[in-house]
Design a binder for this molecule. Sequence first.
Ligand SMILES: NC(=O)c1ccc[n+]([C@@H]2O[C@H](COP(=O)([O-])OP(=O)(O)OC[C@H]3O[C@@H](n4cnc5c(N)ncnc54)[C@H](OP(=O)(O)O)[C@@H]3O)[C@@H](O)[C@H]2O)c1
Length: 346
Amino acid sequence: MTPINLFLIGFGSVGRALARMLVAKQADLRQRYGLEFRLTGVLTRAHGLAIASEGLPTEDLVRVVEAGGRLDEFGRTKPLAQLDQNLRLAQAHVMVEVTPLNPRTGEPALTHVLTALEAGVHVVTANKGPLVYGYKTLRDLAAQNHLHFLFESTVLDGAPVFSLFRETLPAARLLGFRGVLNSTTNFILGELEAGKDLEDAVRAAQALGIAETDPAADVDGWDAAIKVAALATILMDSPILPSQVKREGIRGITPAMAREARGAGRPIKLVCRARRAAGGGLEASVGPESLPWGDPLATVSGTSSAIHFEIDMLEGLTLIEHNPGPQTTAYGLLADLIRATRSSAG
Ligand SMILES: NC(=O)c1ccc[n+]([C@@H]2O[C@H](COP(=O)([O-])OP(=O)(O)OC[C@H]3O[C@@H](n4cnc5c(N)ncnc54)[C@H](OP(=O)(O)O)[C@@H]3O)[C@@H](O)[C@H]2O)c1
């Protein structure tokens, strides 16, 4: 069995959750799929870089970074300045891109993904930036180089959304969707209902590891808008930028408003919407809405997320993901890693 070498760019909540999952699932992956993954490169912003083409000690890397240490001591190869050189040194087969989201440009993740695909390395990512700012270019480049570019965990973390349409709904046309897609704001709205102010609620979300690196990206609806853009671009073939999504965040919602809405049986949710417009084009929005009980989106509480699809072949289809966290996102990455490498595994 030839091990599959992974280069992780980003070793935060999600990167480390994936590292732990690879250790926990090692025997299962070997037995069920004949797959063996090993980390041969890990690059961070402030915690250094480790490269060893024969494999890095995964659990030690996690422990050291969580104790605030640096990764450099683990490398047995001297890193070079450029990402493509480091991918080669690590003899990487797959790059996992899990750096923070930049909702306004998609960078530097977009360049990381482009570099890896140009260097002949498969890419799996949880970062929505490259999707909405470079999907067509990246998809075409991947196809041209016979590589995989997979991104299941960018929307609804570990739940199948992109693979649902790609693999299980042939010939279906997505007409529109509504969703509670940002776990952080849904959790914050729950905290507001319980009487916390916005700052305390954001801190609680950060403590759970679910908030974006810059929590304003959640609170102001950017993360939700970028998810709408990703879904519309990929599932509806209607490329749209996050700035073109009509967007209102949750800063205007006070604890009193949240409590009152909940008391009246119409909880406030940050609702993402997109629909094909009658005359062509797309109507897309993100904004707080007070939803009636009976609406499946109204029942989604805490960090849970949900999406309701309108499909020409089905009356409607709703997916609810309960209590996701970094480990759920890591599962979406693992599922993509298996997809990307299973066919080529020995
Ligand atoms: N958290 C979730 O549950 C979740 C769910 C779905 C999608 N996502 C997406 O997953 C990605 C990672 O999220 P996270 O929660 O793991 O973020 P995080 O905890 O903030 O970790 C980000 C990691 O990226 C590193 N980094 C930052 N800039 C870099 C650069 N220019 N080059 C190399 N490394 C860099 C950081 O290094 P330092 O530690 O040294 O600063 C850190 O290791 C984001 O794009 C996010 O949108 C996350």
